[in-house]
Design a protein around this ligand. Structure first.
Ligand SMILES: Cc1cc2nc3c(=O)[nH]c(=O)nc-3n(C[C@H](O)[C@H](O)[C@H](O)COP(=O)(O)OP(=O)(O)OC[C@H]3O[C@@H](n4cnc5c(N)ncnc54)[C@H](O)[C@@H]3O)c2cc1C
Length: 411
């Protein structure tokens, strides 16, 4: 009855559960799926997120399954190097940047919460339909899984919507909101077992959206065969798209053509794509920022609050930062309504800036600048096109907006 009810056992919900447990605030997680399985492909955790996860004692477990990302490297579609900068500890941060399989991250969080708080505090096969509240608490109504007919209502002190981009609770408060907003870019994603490329821990961005852009980074260390698990995303401006579903299978024929001549000395891109375990397809979507997340004893967190296009490696990270801020607000305010209002004040404006920056000026703005200035042709020398100072400024401005400049993390 006094528990915090967390709706959704994804990255945000599980991080929140761990943070609340550390703060000795009782909570339970209700997840729609019958079983929490390691689904998804790659995710990046920037230093502001790894700092929070380290504070929860998770750095060693993450380091065992992730790759510590060492550098960001940008190329044009002719394979010419535009810019390279160190990342994470290699760039002097006190924290690492991790590239990790989303499923591995979810399992690290899940295992830690089960071990610390007990298995019974994760309740699966509970799909949230709606939330009611009165002066003393909330009542969350669930069906037995998505589309299930049985109903049950759980009482708690507050309810936190961590139910992702298609949040039922967000829909309850914003019934007239349109479907997620398509950015005009479709994505095809996969993982390929391949030998290490470049530094072996590089995050590569190459090409540009109008002709085809690739993001490539390793997410699991090499096994006995010397091959890493390498995540890749092909992003192409495409007028049509189908509704986002995390597990929709994609087809090679729909996107491989723009990459057919990408034979670089550091990677044969078409061969690499063809060697993938499978292809997932989803549109790049977000939502316009909301004016309000907290309604009395109910609030939104992570993608339910601020879905963003994945161009700044920040979706999971911002959910993790929300969890930290919400826990602190609940510790500081005995009144849960005041706590949820305080959390919103701290996080809504900050995440709004990132949602908008991801639309217009994410880190890959570097690729757009060079694409436009060269009119999509090879260059003689990159310094003739764009100065090192401009490249650094483009990269640093996103770090400031997203809250992970070195100064911000040290203060
Ligand atoms: C299956 C899946 C695969 C993904 N794969 C990738 C990926 O490959 N790369 C990437 O960058 N991001 C991926 N994401 C998104 C990424 O996890 C989030 O953008 C980010 O981590 C923010 O986390 P979140 O907790 O807000 O949302 P999510 O991690 O999406 O978690 C939401 C959770 O809520 C559950 N849920 C949804 N509706 C209900 C409901 N009504 N009642 C109860 N529970 C509900 C979902 O099953 C899920 O476990 C994926 C998300 C999902 C759900």
């Amino acid at each position: 009855m006094d528990d915090i009810i967390i709706v959704g056992g994804g990255i945000g919900g599980l991080t929140l559960a761990l943070a609340l447990h550390e703060a000795k605030i009782p909570c339970r997680v209700f997840e729609s799926a019958a079983e929490i399985k390691a689904v998804g492909v790659g995710i990046n955790l920037l230093p502001h997120a790894t700092k929070e996860l380290a504070a929860l004692g998770l750095e060693p477990a993450l380091a065992r399954v992730a790759i510590e990302t060492a550098d960001a490297t940008f190329f044009n579609r002719f394979g010419q190097l535009i810019y390279r900068e160190p990342l994470g500890r290699a760039a002097g941060y006190d924290q690492p940047q991790f590239s990790i399989h989303r499923g591995d991250l979810q399992m690290v969080l899940l295992d830690a919460f089960r071990a610390r708080a007990g298995h019974e505090r994760i309740i699966t096969h509970h799909h949230c339909l709606r939330v009611e509240q009165d002066d003393s608490g909330v009542g969350v109504t669930f069906s037995d899984g998505l589309g299930g007919s049985a109903r049950s209502t759980v009482r708690g002190r507050v309810a936190i919507a961590c139910d992702g981009i298609n949040s039922a609770i967000r829909k309850q408060f914003y019934p007239d909101e349109a479907e997620p907003r398509y950015s005009g870019v479709n994505m095809w994603r996969g993982v390929t077992r391949w030998k290490p490329m470049l530094s072996g821990a590089s995050m590569v961005r190459a090409g540009w959206l109008s002709h085809g852009k690739m993001v490539i980074y390793p997410i699991r260390a090499a096994a006995g065969d010397g091959l890493q698990l390498i995540n890749w995303v092909a992003e192409i401006e495409t007028p049509h798209y189908r509704k986002r579903e995390w597990n929709r299978e994609g087809s090679l024929a729909d996107f491989i053509a723009p990459f057919a001549d990408w034979h670089f000395d550091w990677l044969d891109v078409p061969a690499f794509i063809r060697a993938a375990d499978g292809v997932l397809e989803f549109p790049m979507v977000d939502q316009d920022p909301l004016p309000r997340w907290s309604f009395g004893r109910i609030t939104l967190l992570g993608d339910a609050a601020h879905p963003m296009v994945p161009r700044g490696s920040n979706g999971a990270g911002q959910a993790i930062l929300d969890a930290r801020a919400l826990t602190a607000a609940l510790l500081q305010n005995a009144d849960p309504v005041a706590a949820l209002a305080s959390y919103e004040r701290q996080r809504l404006e900050a995440t709004t800036r990132i949602v908008l920056a991801n639309r217009n000026n994410p880190p890959d703005a570097i690729l757009r600048e060079v694409f436009e200035r060269t009119h999509d042709r090879p260059f003689e020398a990159i310094d003739d096109i764009i100065s090192r100072d401009e490249l650094v400024a483009l990269s640093e401005s996103y770090k400031q907006i997203a809250g992970y400049s070195k100064d911000a993390l040290r203060s």
